[in-house]
Design a protein around this ligand. Structure first.
Ligand code: HEM
Length: 451
């Protein structure tokens, strides 16, 4: 079992804190502005002691403050180190704006997201706590002059659980991997990988840099000591600003309902019931707190949970434990009241962590979400996907239940990606190295700490 250094890992990576109010602050560090770069270094140095660490989960933190930096920001702060990372981490180097087309996004606000190269994320249980933490961070950031832009989110709580704007329970499934504090054998069931009939935890290196991954590889091997310190105990965060078209979703489900009700269609597109229960039978009773303990072995042809539904595409639960994502998303915008349209734009501030952007997030987005499944109807894509492409889906029939297959054609776009970025979510020692600037290297840092 991997022993992780919780004091060096940022909070929310190993365990989500489930804090209701979220504020994502953004700023731009520009390499050509030498004085500005120094201001950013000083800010990150001051911020270091305020960053919430993974150990805070056990203490039950009611506020978390965390930071991520895009490749452009890392390059401005440590140009030589950034050059070293270029070859091994090319998706991170390019950044999401330059890979938007490859991800199928066409409404992507590229310039906005190229500027958002530093991301400070604050989560809090109450608005008052959030505002206090925001004031504190802004005071450290040259009185707010560095963090010029923000996005706000708030969890939608229903029946004691978090939901998203289409009305589904969210935040159920997470990958169980070695080193998560307090991970129980029960949590590994359905969340780890199935080996010889029993569930085991995934390798920590799928999410935490510097640990071996499922192939036994360590992504930091061969890098210089400084580059290793920069990345060790960090992860890559994928941020996506996803707008949801809630009326279009409900209207389509209503139009396609046939002999069933609209919820039946909506739940087949999502791949879970609105309450979060899997569509395949499990050993757990409906509504059980453990709605992740299942796989699709008993439903190989999708008679119960369509092969093309969002949840089944995003995690087919049949593999080798790869291509998994830790999701820490929170909705934005006020939810629509029953029978009325939402007052303004709504959606999801999608955040996912992974150690290998190409093999994890981009694989899921391109090969599972946007790509047509073999032997399916033309344009069969994830109905919840954001790609600007034609979308259709098969709801496989269930002869045992006398239900015939249904084709969902011309599925409108329910989700639009407005933009996003890839950020390094560094360990605390990595953050310290970035703040210290190129004059100091990792061994000096260690010596300074000992001295
Ligand atoms: C607005 C857009 C989205 C909505 C409304 C949405 C909604 C949901 C819901 C309701 C669930 C089931 C709850 C759970 O298993 O925790 C889920 C699961 C999941 N979603 Fe999404 N999602 C969205 C975008 C995405 C994107 C962009 C990705 C990745 C590219 C993604 C990946 C996943 C994964 C990996 C799971 C867990 C599947 C499992 O382990 O069974 N989702 N999503």
């Amino acid at each position: 079992m991997a022993e992780l250094t919780l004091e060096d890992i940022q909070a929310n990576l190993l365990r989500g804190h489930k804090l209701k109010h979220v504020l994502h602050l953004f700023g731009e560090v520009r390499a050509e502005d030498a004085a500005g770069v120094e201001d950013w270094r000083a800010f990150l140095g001051r911020l270091g002691s305020r960053i919430t660490r993974a150990s805070a989960w056990q203490q039950g933190a009611s506020v978390t403050i965390n930071v991520g930096l895009s490749f452009a920001a890392v390059s401005a702060l440590r140009p030589t180190l950034a050059r070293e990372l270029e070859a091994s981490f090319d998706a991170f180097r390019e950044g999401m704006p330059r890979r938007a087309e490859l991800l199928g996004d066409s409404d992507f606000k590229r310039e906005v997201w190229e500027r958002r190269n530093v991301w400070v994320s604050i989560s809090a249980q109450t608005e008052a706590d959030l505002n206090r933490a925001r004031d504190e961070v802004e005071a450290l950031a040259e009185n707010g002059a560095l963090l010029t832009d923000y996005l706000e989110g708030e969890a939608i709580e229903k029946d004691g659980h978090w939901h998203e704007h289409f009305g589904f329970r969210d935040d159920i499934s997470f990958p169980a991997f070695e080193g998560i504090p307090g991970l129980t054998p029960a949590e590994i069931k359905g969340r780890g990988k199935l080996q010889n009939g029993s569930w085991t935890a995934l390798a920590a290196g799928e999410f935490v840099l510097g640990e071996p991954n499922e192939s036994g590889e360590n992504a930091l091997e061969g890098l210089t000591e400084d580059a290793q310190v920069l990345l060790r105990n960090g992860s890559f965060a994928v941020f996506r600003h996803l707008q949801q078209h809630v009326e279009a979703f409900h209207e389509y489900a209503q139009r396609m309902r046939g002999a069933e009700d609209a919820d039946f269609v909506a739940e087949r597109m999502m791949g879970r019931t609105k309450q979060g229960d899997p569509l395949v039978p499990t050993d757990e009773p409906p509504g059980s707190p453990d709605q992740s303990n299942f796989n699709y072995e008993s439903d190989p042809k999708g008679a119960q949970c369509p092969m093309g539904s969002h949840v089944r595409r995003m995690n087919p639960r049949d593999g080798d434990g790869r291509h998994r994502l830790i999701r820490r998303s929170v909705p934005f915008g006020k939810p629509a009241l029953a029978g009325q349209p939402a007052a303004g734009p709504v959606g999801l501030l999608f955040v996912a962590f992974n150690a290998d952007i190409k093999d994890q997030f981009e694989h899921v987005q391109r090969d599972w979400c946007n790509a047509t499944l073999s032997n399916a109807v033309p344009n069969a894509r994830d109905p919840i996907g954001s790609a600007m492409q034609l979308r259709s889906m098969v709801v496989e029939g269930s002869p045992a239940r006398g239900r015939r297959a249904q084709l969902l054609l011309k599925i409108p776009q329910f989700v639009t990606c407005l933009g996003g970025q890839y950020y390094l979510y560094p360990g605390l020692a990595g953050l310290e190295l970035l703040a210290a600037g190129p004059a100091r290297n990792a061994s000096q840092r260690v010596l300074a700490a000992v001295g």
